[in-house]
Design a binder for this molecule. Structure first.
Ligand SMILES: Cc1ncc(COP(=O)(O)O)c(C=O)c1O
Length: 368
């Protein structure tokens, strides 16, 4: 099987992990944690980084920093992983959904303003599949209505919007360093913020809200969302070579564009003129005229030894939210089509050029 993604760790990354292990600093303090936070926040052009144990809890912290009151609303795309929506719900808020822009799979910015009410507190932008969302109109709306912006940048390490890195636009941004991400710490995440006050609060939420003066007196309920020094060591080396990692992901995408471009049966992932796509995944949308759904193409590709993953299923289609009374009767046709017709093919950092050809040939055979 050619896996959809396989992590690549260099000898240098492994040496740094060994150094962390040998140092005895194996829990949530140590020089690699400091370095990881400093270097990732600097890379993303944000002043403060707070490392956490995964990208989902990074969103719990980020949404926690909004201080939502019950019923406060946060606008977000329906087409995403469940993490941002569940963070809003768990904080007592209400996710308010918008559909996707079919041309680039990002949240449809033309739908945002119509969703604003007196309860709207923030826009939670999720950059999808390596490509940035169209930030300028989002920033303009946020300014006009006094809304906060959280960027979920889990899938866009190193991606740029008009020459500026994703994760540097919001009041708060979050990242995942899961094994399929461009930079990985196995499991891991980070919250980036602009002010020392938010940084201190995020650190406190990450660490059970222990207090400096009286450790076991708690003013607020927090979490244990700490990352370990050993995990951070794995990430430090990758930040040093992130441009190489981004270049390889873009080269894999360019090879697929050449091999699969022009087929009338599929639409390939594109790059808007204002975007630098890092192609976290390589996504395909299958035309209905083929008579095939993504699930059917996926099982055909599996017979050829090729692993795929389906696209997200929209938040408005989730039974867990329906049972809470959310999104009943809501319909987002673009996201619904993406969920039926979209999948992504192998594009991990260990994929060889001959495997890229093998995958592309198999896609052509399965579509013919
Ligand atoms: C957009 C987005 N947000 C959040 C997450 C959650 O990250 P984690 O798996 O580290 O919890 C992911 C995971 O892939 C993601 O794609």
């Amino acid at each position: 099987m050619i896996p959809v993604a396989e992590p690549y760790l260099s000898e240098h990354d492994i040496a740094l992990v060994n150094e962390a292990l040998r140092s005895g600093w194996i829990s949530s303090a140590g020089k690699f944690l400091d370095l990881f936070e400093e270097r990732w926040s600097a890379y993303c052009d944000m002043p403060f980084g707070i490392a956490v144990s995964n990208g989902s809890v990074a969103l719990d912290v980020a949404v926690g920093l909004l201080d939502l009151q019950p019923g406060d609303e946060v606008i977000m795309p329906t087409f995403t992983i469940i993490s941002p929506a569940q963070s809003i719900v768990r904080a007592g808020g209400v996710p308010v959904l918008v559909d996707s822009d079919p041309s680039n799979l990002q949240m449809d910015v033309t739908q945002i303003e119509g969703k604003i009410t007196g309860r709207t507190k923030a826009i939670l932008v999720v950059h999808i599949y390596g490509h940035p969302a169209d930030m300028d109109p989002i920033l303009e709306i946020a300014r006009k209505y006094g809304l906060k912006i959280i960027e979920d940048a889990a899938e866009v390490h190193g991606a740029e919007y008009k020459g500026k890195r994703c994760g540097s636009f919001g009041d708060i941004s979050t990242f995942s360093f899961y094994a399929n991400k461009l930079v990985t710490t196995g499991e891991g995440g980070m919250v980036l913020v602009r002010t020392p006050e938010l940084a201190e609060r995020a650190r406190s939420l990450r660490n059970l809200c222990f207090q400096k003066q009286q450790r076991f007196l708690h003013d607020e309920l927090g979490f244990n969302f700490r990352l370990t020094n050993v995990q951070a060591a794995m990430g430090v080396g990758q930040i040093e070579r992130i441009e190489e990692i981004v270049a390889r992901k873009r080269a894999i995408a360019a090879a697929y564009h050449t091999l699969l471009g022009g087929l009338p049966t599929i639409t390939l992932q594109r790059e808007e003129t204002w975007a630098k796509n890092v192609y976290w995944v390589y996504a395909l949308l299958i035309e209905e005229s083929t008579g095939l759904t993504a699930a059917q193409l996926s099982s055909r590709l599996r017979e050829h030894g090729i692993e795929t993953r389906p696209f997200f299923l929209g938040m408005h289609q989730q039974p867990a939210f329906h049972r809470m009374g959310l999104f009943h009767g809501e319909s987002y046709p673009v996201a619904e089509r993406l969920a039926l017709q979209g999948l992504y093919i192998p594009s991990g950092l260990t994929l060889s050029d001959s495997q890229i050809t093998q995958v592309a040939d198999a896609v052509k055979v399965c579509l013919s």
